[in-house]
Design a protein around this ligand. Structure first.
Ligand code: ADP
Ligand code: MG
Length: 686
């Protein structure tokens, strides 16, 4: 149970003062639901406001705070020119306060002539006059409300920085003093403040690196501690040593020979599975490197030894695809492979559950449904998790509860995760890398084009399809809602159908399951040649004959996502092309992203660049799932602090494995603060 002291922090944000329905949506978009979310919504930057009383001493280009008196209005002649308020400081220096937009009513109301006001905004030189565009205006006695250093928060439409500051203030009043969990000598050495003080300090001064480092450390420490608790409990549970005799694997009729990397990974996995300690291994391989075959080998190893295997996919589409792939690869083998997803109901589901319980099903593929309460295995020996990022500590525990002895665990990911991050997320997990692509792969040529050249793109698509090729057409992410994603995809499919008729298929996240399957199947069987899709095709979908991918609105995707999407092609023996369509007004970051995509196919380089351009959470794709995302710590923090956090956590567990001492109790509070409830649950009597 979460300690009472944390309750005020976990109160719903709807209890805050001044939260109306208009704020619900913007807050939800930022993932701010409870006081704790707001408390950890740390400022991303700040403005230093130059507080002065004379304009001739202020620097143009900086944000100033100054008392001014409006002396004249300059309504403009033309409708498009702005409305100007001429104002003077107390030494008679002039500045124009500039308002764009038709209505001059509200600047007049806000700035009555002759009434001194406290004005803040960016001072700009415009010709030989000074101006401030759309300044903040306060009564002089409220000047203190604009501090010299003002934190700037991440916002979403409908939410202003001032509003956010108010919410943060309310969250801070709910933040209690917490018992100290950091090892005293470390705390002293770093000269870090206590938790509550550190939090208040970062919100008051976003540049306070020491206070930030403390908060980051807490988060990394909680992560390390949680991992160790999971490991400790899985060590307590013994696994089953599994050693297949190879009889099933020898029967496989593969159209290709495994790569050296696939052989090595397979051998490492067999070695782990032969141990009584449950395997905890991460299989890393770029898109298309052939992870599925390695998974199959491991699954067959378990089945040969009389055990069952389960394979978990993150989405319905992927689960179906894996099911088909495994069945195809294993055709002719005397084994039973079944599928179970949330969609399987009634008799079929009952039959599958029976088969799992009596052992007549050897391998089960599916979505999270396969580890739910009602699903009982006769002898689950191995679980394979494809695309790690939606699988966290809580799921791992659910899995452990599926068998008397802990199953071996193989986690597969296409995201090349830098080592420091692997440590943070997986602790001492072993890693196998598929660093060699299957032979005969054709390189993917990547081109960036302006979306205004859509006609040319459609012509290129027509030539491609006439030549017997297939293509994906990925529709842009629309921020507002999932519904608009869908609408964008439907409209694109519609317009392509005018030209290509029934050759166009469509798949998006809000389609009903069977319709999705039907669309995927039609494309896989080459009954449709163009598949219009949203990002549902991002992970794992495998149609080797499709050698062209067009990504609309490419500048709105992250690097890792673009790389994943691009990985849908280049899977067959034909050279492939990836067309990135971009909007016209490109920001610096988007430009850099697209340039890098054009330059390299190397997933590792892309992941590292992504890490530089964005936070760690997004690289891992965990930002939405929330499970493993880091809220506070940056990659730099992780690199600098993970070693001492690990040592600290290790020492604590060695001395006080049940976290019963005063410091142990404080550490529990830290775990709850970062929502590692599942890990605390592993403590006996926790
Ligand atoms: P990923 O690592 O992205 O999951 P897959 O397992 O889907 O990759 O494999 C990608 C493609 O490569 C599949 O079409 C698969 O049949 C093929 N493949 C896998 N291993 C080899 C190999 N050793 N030689 C040739 N093709 C292979
Ligand atoms: Mg895959």
């Amino acid at each position: 149970m979460r300690p009472d002291i944390l309750n005020p922090l976990f109160a719903e944000i709807s209890l805050f003062k001044g939260i109306g329905p208009a704020l619900a949506r913007p807050l939800e978009r930022l993932g701010l639901a409870r006081a704790v979310d707001v408390a950890f919504h740390l400022p991303v930057s700040w403005v230093d406001r130059h507080l002065t009383d004379r304009l001739d001493m202020a620097d143009a280009g900086r944000v100033v705070g100054i008392e001014l008196t409006p002396v004249d209005y300059r309504a403009s002649g033309s409708a498009r020119a702005p409305f100007r308020v001429d104002a003077v400081d107390r030494y008679g220096n002039h500045v124009a306060l500039v308002y764009f937009g038709k209505n001059s009513g509200w600047p007049r109301k806000l700035l009555p002539l002759g009434e001194p006001k406290y004005i803040s905004g960016k001072l700009e030189a415009y010709g030989d006059t000074l101006q401030i565009v759309h300044p903040d205006v306060l009564a002089p006695e409220d000047a203190h409300m604009l501090p010299a250093r003002e934190p700037v928060y991440g916002l979403s439409e409908g939410l202003t920085n001032n509003r956010m500051r108010d919410l943060v203030g309310q969250a801070l009043t709910r933040a209690p003093e917490l018992p100290e969990w950091i090892e005293p000598s470390l705390l002293a050495r770093k000269d870090w403040p206590a938790w509550r003080e550190a939090l208040a300090r970062v919100h008051a001064d976003p540049a306070d690196a020491m206070a930030r480092a403390r908060l980051a450390y807490d988060e990394i420490f909680a992560g390390q501690l949680a991992l160790m608790l999971v490991r400790q409990s899985s060590r307590r549970r013994r696994g089953v040593p599994i050693q297949g005799d190879g009889r099933l694997r020898d029967m496989l009729k593969l159209p290709f020979a495994p790569t050296g990397a696939q052989r090595r990974a397979t051998a490492e996995i067999e070695g782990d599975m032969a141990q009584a300690t449950p395997m905890l291994r991460l299989l890393q391989g770029d898109v298309g490197s052939g992870k599925t075959l390695v998974a199959l080998m491991a699954l067959l190893n378990a089945v040969e030894a009389g055990m069952q295997g389960a394979m978990l996919a993150p989405t319905e589409i992927l689960a179906r695809q894996h099911y088909e792939t495994l069945r195809k690869m294993a055709s002719g083998l005397p084994i039973a492979i079944a599928i179970l997803t949330g969609r399987d109901k009634g008799k079929a589901r009952e039959a599958t559950l029976m088969g799992l319980a009596d052992g007549s099903i050897d391998i089960l593929v599916g979505t999270h449904a396969i580890f739910q309460e009602a699903v009982q295995y006769k002898a689950l020996g191995l679980a394979v998790i494809d695309e790690q990022h939606r699988f966290g500590v809580a799921q791992r525990m659910m899995l452990a509860s599926k068998a008397e002895r802990s199953p071996h665990l193989l986690v597969m990911t296409a995201t090349p995760i830098p080592r420091t991050l692997t440590l943070t997320y997986y602790g001492e997990m072993e890693v196998s890398r598929l660093d060699e692509m299957p032979p005969g792969r054709q390189p993917i040529q990547t081109l960036v084009m302006a979306a205004t050249r859509l006609d040319e793109v459609v012509e290129a698509l027509a030539r491609h399809v006439e030549g017997g090729g297939q293509a994906y057409w990925v529709c842009p992410l629309v921020e507002e809602s999932e519904t608009s994603d869908q609408a964008a995809a439907e409209m694109r499919a519609e317009s392509l159908r005018e030209r290509f008729g029934a050759r166009v298929g469509l798949v998006h996240g809000r389609m009903k399951g069977p319709d999705k399957d039907a669309a995927m199947e039609a494309f896989a069987a080459n009954r449709t040649q163009i598949l219009v899709a949203t990002t549902v095709i991002e992970v794992g979908v495998d149609v080797p004959n499709s050698s062209l991918i067009i990504i609309e609105g490419a500048d709105r995707f992250g690097l890792a996502q673009l790389h994943q999407l691009r990985g849908r092609v280049g899977r067959g023996d034909k050279p492939s092309t990836c067309l990135l369509l971009r909007g016209n007004a490109l920001g610096e970051t988007s430009r850099a992203r697209l340039a890098l995509m054009r330059e390299t196919n190397d997933g590792f380089r892309i992941a590292e660049a992504d890490l530089e351009l964005r936070g760690a959470g997004e690289v891992l794709g965990t930002r939405q799932s929330g499970e493993a995302a880091l809220k506070v710590a940056t990659p730099e923090h992780v690199a600098a602090l993970v070693d001492s956090a690990r040592d600290d956590a290790h020492l604590l567990i060695e001395r006080d494995g049940g976290l019963d001492s005063a410091r142990g109790q404080a550490a529990r509070t830290c775990l709850y603060l970062f929502e590692k409830d599942a890990a605390v649950g592993l403590l006996r009597g926790g």
